[in-house]
Design a protein around this ligand. Structure first.
Ligand code: 2RA
Length: 344
């Protein structure tokens, strides 16, 4: 007998990817249910070869559901996550709401699957922020080899990180700039025009001048990988539909050569090295769309760090997949393989 899985937020970009990935990876489910807010009731979403009709989260009885994948925003997770967990389903939550809760494991399977067993404290597991997920997949194997001291990262984040409205805004602004007959140039989802522009601001500002997105990258990397790593981030929205890119400078405790890094990353789970020092010998976000891997390109020595202890990298991944839906489904796969027991 298989598992019963609910996807909460099934009409959003990440919710739809969750359904795609459950189907693609043939997750051993007997039943998959698509849930969303009442305004989406009756919407049809694709699950493999079939179509699911979206039901209302508010009226749904979660008894008998084994796993609930949430991607409907922090407020929905805060309100419904604990209720669903109390009804017996393990909640895998893609919002930031539970990430720093000490009783909720924050999991990237390639990095800290061992921490998953703590899920039973609240029956909730948190998925990291998209920009953190791909970063730690690349950092973990290098950290194991040469111990990371400090990371400086600048992100180039696609508009799909801001959901359907972010994608629509880029599309409509681009269209309207070419043809004044179209409306939709005014920024709404973003603070400034995103078409043909970049915006150094994601999520809200904090007192120290960093944004919440930048803070998340530091705090989540420490929780997932190592609390002693120093990390500073600048997060930037770019006019790309899907795929986050990151320029990463790493300072290590011990020396590491480019050849060693390349070899280590080639063998590392979830990583794909595409690094030829020639025109086009690197990965761009367009090429990462629809893929599972975190791509690492432009691996080079950082000459500003003495003793051969510095590296610079370019890291790209599909933010809706490894940054959200894929990571959540990978967690669910480990749960059913190692932790959950099906009632007889
Ligand atoms: C963004 N990190 O790209 C967010 C989505 N989780 O806006």
């Amino acid at each position: 007998m298989g598992w019963k899985v609910a996807v909460v937020g099934a009409t959003g970009q990440v919710g739809r990817e969750m359904l795609n990935i459950l189907a693609e990876r043939q997750f051993p489910a007997d039943e998959v249910v698509a849930l969303a807010s009442p305004k989406s009731i009756g919407t049809e979403v694709t699950f493999g070869e079939t179509t699911l009709t979206v039901k209302s989260l508010e009226d749904y009885d979660f008894r008998g559901t084994d796993i609930a994948l949430f991607s409907a925003g922090g407020a929905i997770s805060a309100k419904w996550g604990p209720k669903v967990a109390a009804a017996g389903a393990v909640v895998i939550d893609n919002s930031s709401h539970f990430r720093m809760d000490p009783d909720v494991p924050l999991i990237v399977p390639e990095v800290n699957a061992h921490a998953l067993r703590a899920y039973a404290k609240r029956n909730i597991i948190a998925n990291p922020n998209c920009s953190t997920a791909q970063l730690v997949v690349a950092l973990k194997p290098l950290h194991d080899f040469a111990k990371i001291k400090r990371v400086v990262v600048s992100t180039y984040q696609s508009v799909s990180g801001a959901g359907n409205k972010g994608m629509d805004e880029l599309f409509n602004q681009t269209k309207a700039l070419y043809n004044p007959a179209f409306q939709g140039v005014e920024p709404k989802k973003f603070t400034k025009q995103i078409a043909f522009n970049v915006i150094p601001h994601i999520d809200s500002f904090m007192d120290d001048g960093f944004t919440k997105e930048e803070w998340k990258m530091t705090a989540e990397t420490r929780k997932i990988l190592d609390p002693d790593i120093a990390l500073t981030a600048t997060c930037v929205r770019v006019p790309v539909f899907v795929g986050h890119s990151e320029s990463v400078n790493i300072e290590f405790e011990n020396p590491i050569t480019v050849e060693q890094a390349r070899e280590i990353l080639r063998e590392a789970p979830g990583c794909m090295v595409v690094d030829r020092r020639e025109d086009g010998g690197y990965i761009t976000p367009l090429e990462a769309v629809g893929e599972y891997a975190t791509y690492i390109s432009r691996i080079r020595r950082d000459p500003t760090v003495e003793g051969g202890k510095g590296l610079a990298l370019w890291v790209v991944s599909d933010n809706l997949r490894k940054g959200a839906a894929l990571n959540a489904v990978q967690i669910a796969e480990i749960l059913v393989a190692r932790h959950l027991k099906k009632a007889a």
